[in-house]
Every structure is written in structure tokens, then in C-alpha cells.
Design a protein around this ligand. Structure first.
Ligand SMILES: *Cc1c(COP(=O)(O)O)cnc(C)c1O
Length: 215
């Protein structure tokens, strides 16, 4: 099923949209099934779980951290992580920079924008994002590169609301004229996200099936 789901989703995606297969909570066997069907980019939301999978799985997998970050755990992924989606402070950027430097790497990051109406979702306001990317301090961080933005829409079926949230982020992204990656869209809303300018979708359950518990 996993290979079939993956192939079907890939066929639907425009060529310039990158698919991140979100494998959080899923075992290595499931990841390998997607890998053997050609998928190389996987997303996880817990640093230690991702590091364990990195150790055990093929080394040409690109690992994306999509979850909320705890600064003290950045060190466990600094040697291999490809892209960090959920950065929501300058402090975290500094920590990523510090850890990346130890490995002589430049780690790509996305700033997470708060677009959902829900209180529970993390992220920065558009004003805060502007402040961070135009700050003096960020120019000194040579071991990180902010290549775009990430957003999570409200968990709702309301298409009008989803469209509003996605397009507001797209407009803001365009206004910055910086960065090339706009990560938005999950299993339930990725088509709509793409229609509204997403360049990277994070799809879990539509590939791997439902997760057993809420994370
Ligand atoms: C779990 C998760 C996803 C994938 O969710 P699905 O609905 O299973 O596609 C995407 N983005 C983030 C940040 C997640 O935590």
C-alpha cells in the first residue's frame, strides 16, 4: 500500500513541488518501502527518533525536521539533518548555527509562520519574521541558511479558511523576495496548498496510513 500511495501522490504533484514523506512514529520497514519506491526525502518531528532512523537506514536519505524544536536537542541532528522546517526564534537559529559549525556544515532552515487561527500552533508573526531576517545578528550566522518559510493551516475542512491562510503566507513570502522554499500542505490539504503557491508538501498519513496515536 505504501508504495502505491506514494506513486499515486507523486504522479499528481507538479514537477516543481517537493514531497516530504512524513514518517514520524512509523517503523523502518515502512520507510524502506517508500525508499524502494524511489522516495528519498523523509520528515520527522522528534529529533531523537529521527537520529535513530538516520543511523539505521540508507545514508542517501535526506532527513527533514518538521517538528517543534527544543534547542538542547539540536546537537543530536546537526551532523546529518538536511532541512529544519520549524524554526521559530533567533535563539534557535543561533543554536543551530553553533551546532552546525562543529560539523563544518551549513544547515538549511525555514522560519515557521503562524497562519492558523488555533492557539496551539507554534510560529512567528509576519512582523517577527521580518525582524529576524533583517537583523544584524543573522548576518553573523555563517553555518545556517534560511531558505524560506513553513506554515501549518488550521485543522479544519473549511476550504475558504484554508485558502485564506495559505494565500496570506504565499503573499507574505512573495513580498520578502527572499528564499525559494514555501513548505505548506499536509495529507488533508496539500492540493489546496499547492494551488496557493506551496513548493514543498509534508505528507504523512496519505502515504503511510493513519498513525496510532496523536503526536
Ligand atoms: C505530522 C505532520 C505532518 C503530516 O501530517 P499528515 O496529516 O499525516 O500528512 C505535516 N507537517 C507537520 C509539521 C507534522 O507534524
Amino acid at each position: 500500500m505504501i508504495a502505491q500511495n506514494l506513486i499515486q501522490i507523486k504522479e499528481e504533484l507538479p514537477e516543481d513541488v517537493t514531497l516530504v514523506a512524513v514518517s514520524k512514529t512509523k517503523p523502518n520497514a515502512a520507510i524502506l518501502e517508500a525508499y524502494n519506491a524511489g522516495q528519498r526525502i523523509f520528515g520527522e518531528n522528534k529529533i531523537q527518533e529521527m537520529a535513530a532512523k538516520y543511523d539505521e537506514l540508507p545514508k542517501d536519505i535526506q532527513w527533514h525536521m518538521i517538528g517543534h524544536l527544543q534547542s538542547n536537542k539540536v546537537k543530536y541532528m546537526a551532523h546529518f539533518v538536511e532541512l529544519i522546517h520549524g524554526v521559530d526564534s533567533l535563539k534557535t537559529l543561533k543554536e543551530i548555527n553553533k551546532q552546525a559549525k562543529k560539523h563544518n556544515r551549513v544547515i538549511k532552515c525555514l522560519l515557521q509562520a503562524r497562519i492558523a487561527k488555533e492557539e496551539t500552533k507554534f510560529g512567528l508573526s509576519f512582523t517577527e519574521i521580518k525582524q529576524i531576517i533583517s537583523s544584524e545578528e543573522i548576518t553573523e550566522l555563517e553555518n545556517i541558511k534560511v531558505i524560506g518559510l513553513m506554515g501549518m493551516a488550521t485543522f479544519t475542512e473549511n476550504q475558504t479558511q484554508l485558502k485564506e491562510e495559505f494565500s496570506s503566507l504565499k503573499n507574505f513570502f512573495d513580498s520578502l523576495q527572499k528564499g525559494s522554499v514555501l513548505s505548506m500542505g499536509m495529507s488533508g490539504d496539500y492540493q489546496l496548498a499547492i494551488e496557493n503557491g506551496s513548493t514543498m508538501v509534508r505528507v504523512g498519513s496519505a502515504i503511510f496510513g493513519a498513525r496510532n496515536y496523536i503526536v
